[in-house]
Design a protein. Structure first.
Length: 141
């Protein structure tokens, strides 16, 4: 078994991630190597804060992603309502009030996304909502 692992380690090719220096494994060394964000930013000639930024979000009420349920209110509810409108064409008022209509739209989305249907917006639902709302070709259901 050790001979197989040594042979595989010898075949590891240098790999470059986002312009960072390549690191190859050699006999008897670990193939694990880390490049700090400062090194990556320096290599890319960009400030660290600009590395790995995503696309613009279609809804801009808040970056907060708390657990939401019937009776919740505020900017995070508006964000979820906006995402539901984008992802499934829910036609919700983005009023920041998590009432029965928002709960029903959340359940519809959860069924469509084939995730746990509980009418609450938790971590899994936030993840799917933000991905679907920002994907091209929305609404999906």
């Amino acid at each position: 078994m050790r001979r197989v692992l040594t042979a595989v380690a010898a075949l590891v090719l240098p790999i470059s991630f986002a312009g960072a220096p390549a690191v190859a494994a050699s006999h008897g060394t670990s193939a694990t190597a880390a490049v700090t964000s400062a090194q990556a930013a320096h290599t890319l000639n960009r400030p660290t804060s600009l590395v790995a930024q995503g696309p613009e979000d279609v809804c801009n009420y808040t970056d907060s992603r708390p657990s939401l349920r019937l009776g919740s209110s505020g900017a995070a509810v508006q964000q979820a309502q906006c995402y539901l409108n984008q992802a499934i064409g829910a036609d919700l008022d983005e009023d920041g009030d998590f009432g029965r209509v928002t709960q029903s739209a959340t359940e519809d989305f959860q069924r469509c996304a084939d995730i746990v249907v509980d009418g609450r917006v938790g971590a899994q639902t936030w993840s799917f909502l933000s991905f679907w709302a920002n994907a091209p070709g929305t609404p999906f259901c």
